[in-house]
Design a protein around this ligand. Structure first.
Ligand SMILES: [Zn+2]
Length: 409
């Protein structure tokens, strides 16, 4: 296209120059040049706009933008003046008609750099000048990355079905923000499912699962290097922030304050907030007990040299010969009596736990696969986000456990 415009311009120029070089002809030639350049510039700007709206936000400079309030992309799409929005809608719908791609296809067609940049840029745009970072952890960070990509996908496809995609954006914006306010990765993860179920016309639960697996299988290390994996919150700051957040969130009159708060951050949230944040001890315990234990493969080292260590952690948790696979310290364990096995939810469904091991440094619990020993190289584990949660669960297991061994694995 540019080549054709250059040719027209060149032919126009040559035609004018070939005539008698009178003042009028030079004037027309200058006008030709001028008009040609205007058309070229309009064309280039048009191309750039189409690329920006159809491709992901992979430009490194976009992370240098001024700090933005949470949910910035949503604001951008809402604040556009109507003519601009209509024009963009025309451009984008043309692109969409050409490649009506699914969420999975959108993600898997990105290059490595494009994918990680898209995740990180969306994260940074939403974070803006907020100083705290979510701590999503080993698997939570992969799910968080998948949600950020879904968010970007919803932004890109807004014009396809404004009602449905806007609803997806608002609800995703809602939970993305909760991660910044200290919601635990487990609680956070539980909020994703209802959103997917409510927007199955855009992305099915299975498709989201496929994207999650794709990210986990191919990009887990890169995702773990992003800020939201480890977060930057001191335990005390986190605890205070989260306590305040849940307090406002759950108070009956507090919805208004919460909405005001969100609005001040630039987020429009629906009145019918569809989830509830646990804020009393029983709720938290109930929730913690429902957390899904992850299935892991890793060899656990046994070391019988435990004489120097305190024999008991609590009444019923006693020193074990296994070392924590993460920090290497000796773990403590309790044994549930025959008939008193403790049910837990795992990636493979409910199982009855006969023994549970714990590392108080890593805030983790471990249990072997049914009929196996911990040394078999595969186990289930649960990482607690806060010391409070950890202590609560430790106490619960302690109440049900014993220091008496049992013969069966
Ligand atoms: Zn440990």
């Amino acid at each position: 296209m540019s080549v054709i415009l250059f040719l027209i311009q060149w032919i126009g120029g040559v035609y004018c120059l070939n005539g008698d070089l009178e003042d009028v002809d030079v004037g027309i030639w200058v006008l030709c040049l001028f008009m040609g350049w205007i058309i070229i510039i309009i064309y280039i700007v048009g191309c750039l706009q189409t690329n920006t709206s159809s491709s992901s936000n992979s430009s490194p400079s976009s992370s240098d933008k001024e700090p933005l309030s949470p949910n910035n992309d949503y604001n951008t799409s809402q604040n556009l003046s109507k003519p601009t929005q209509d024009k963009q809608a025309q451009n984008t719908s043309k692109t969409l008609a050409e490649n009506n791609e699914s969420f999975y296809s959108y993600v898997t067609h990105m290059s490595d750099t494009e994918l990680i940049n898209t995740i990180n840029n969306q994260y940074k745009n939403i974070k803006g000048s907020w100083t705290l970072a979510p701590h999503m952890g080993e698997y939570g960070s992969v799910e968080f990355a998948a949600v950020l990509l879904l968010w970007k996908y919803a932004v890109n496809n807004f014009v396809r079905n404004p009602e449905s995609y806007a609803s997806l954006q608002i609800t995703l914006g809602d939970i993305i923000c909760c991660a910044f306010f200290g919601m635990t990765a487990g609680e956070w993860s539980d909020k994703v499912d209802p959103i997917l179920n409510a927007h199955s016309d855009i992305v099915s639960y299975k498709e989201f699962g496929n994207v999650y697996n794709y990210l986990r299988n191919n990009y887990i290390d890169k995702i773990h290097s992003l800020e939201f994996n480890d977060g930057n919150m001191q335990e005390e700051v986190y605890r205070q922030l989260y306590a305040k957040f849940t307090e406002i969130y759950n108070s009956t009159n507090g919805f208004k304050e919460m909405l005001d708060f969100y609005t001040s951050k630039g987020l429009k949230i629906k009145d019918d907030i569809h989830f509830y944040v646990a804020n009393d001890k029983n709720d938290i315990l109930k929730h913690t007990l429902l957390r899904k234990w992850k299935s892991k493969k890793r060899n656990l080292e046994e070391d019988a040299d435990i004489q120097q260590l305190p024999p008991l952690l609590t009444d019923k948790f006693y020193i074990s010969s296994y070392r924590c696979p993460f920090c290497g310290r000796h773990m403590y364990k309790t044994v549930f009596p025959i008939g008193g096995e403790f049910p837990i939810r795992t990636a493979d469904g409910y199982i009855s736990m006969k023994r549970v091991f714990t590392c108080k440094t890593c805030l983790k619990f471990f249990t072997p696969l049914p009929e196996h020993k911990l040394s078999c190289g595969q186990y289930y584990s649960l990482k607690l986000k806060t010391l409070d949660e950890y202590k609560m669960l430790l106490e619960t297991f302690d109440n049900h456990g014993t220091t008496d061994g049992r013969p069966d694995a």
